[in-house]
Design a protein around this ligand. Structure first.
Ligand code: PEP
Length: 252
């Protein structure tokens, strides 16, 4: 049975003190009422060690939002996968469209990051998704398939077990526009088929595929109700504990 996950992506928000306050609030809420899914929070690098320690005995796992494509050495300002792992974080988000667009992360660079993350014992939430122009040209399937082929389909079946896919149509991220549940289901089913073509039907069935893009408490139940949508990667609505909890509750 594949995992159901609700994962937050704080992006470049929250000072350390604000992040600790949010993680504490969430920890207390979920201690009082156990979630029916795995819960992950993706935080900026500077929060990772403190928040991982804080959440050590909780149901919440911690993720980085990025890691370097180099192992170690003279790369000023970079943070390696080994460093992320040493904080206690379990996951790293890679391939987010903001990193692809603003920091020129190519499929080759992402492949290096994925390899290093897995080699260092991290699980990867790998993001894919098309732009508005690509959707209007009906290229969403080709784009998603190429992004998978370019950065993760070289992995062994054993490595694949540590990959979570997040389908995030770029036109829906932070825009308030959500893919309809049917639109999202259609492409999630396609992504699962692509995984089956490479790793087989059982591995595809075991792969968690998250939806991301203006997901909130009001639309999460319909999205998560679809057979190939296994949860969400949540940006804006992960920044306030009650909003995030509202999405987690979609699994109830
Ligand atoms: C994201 O950036 O991963 C995301 C899904 O953002 P939002 O929920 O704010 O659209």
């Amino acid at each position: 049975m594949r995992k159901k996950i609700v994962a937050g992506n704080w992006k470049m928000n929250k000072t350390l003190q604000e992040g600790v306050a949010l993680a504490t609030e969430l920890k207390n809420i979920l201690a009082a009422e156990k979630p029916n899914c795995e819960v992950i929070i993706g935080t900026p690098f500077i929060h990772l060690a403190t928040v991982s320690e804080l959440l050590k005995d909780s149901v919440i796992a911690v993720s980085a939002e990025n890691c370097a494509n180099k192992e170690s050495g003279a790369y000023t300002g970079e943070v390696s996968a080994a460093m992320v792992k040493s904080t206690g974080a379990e996951y790293v988000i890679l391939g987010h469209s903001e990193r692809r667009e603003y920091y020129n992360e190519t499929p080759e660079i992402l492949k290096e990051k994925v390899n290093l993350a897995l080699a260092n014992g991290l699980k990867v939430i790998f993001c894919i998704g098309e732009s508005l122009e690509q959707r209007e040209a009906n290229q969403q399937e080709a784009v998603c398939k190429a992004e998978l082929a370019g950065s993760v389909f070289h992995l062994t079946p054993e490595q694949w077990k540590n990959i979570v896919i997040a389908y995030e149509p770029i036109w829906a991220i932070g825009t308030g526009k959500t893919a309809t549940a049917d639109q999202a289901e259609e492409i999630h089913a396609f992504i699962r088929k692509c995984v089956a073509d490479v790793y087989g039907a059982q591995a595809a069935d075991d792969t968690t595929i998250l939806y991301g893009g203006s997901c909130k408490a009001s639309n999460a139940p319909e999205l998560f109700g679809k057979p190939d949508i296994d949860g969400g990667l949540i940006g804006g609505a992960s920044l306030k504990a009650p909003d995030f909890k509202g999405i987690i509750d979609a699994w109830k």
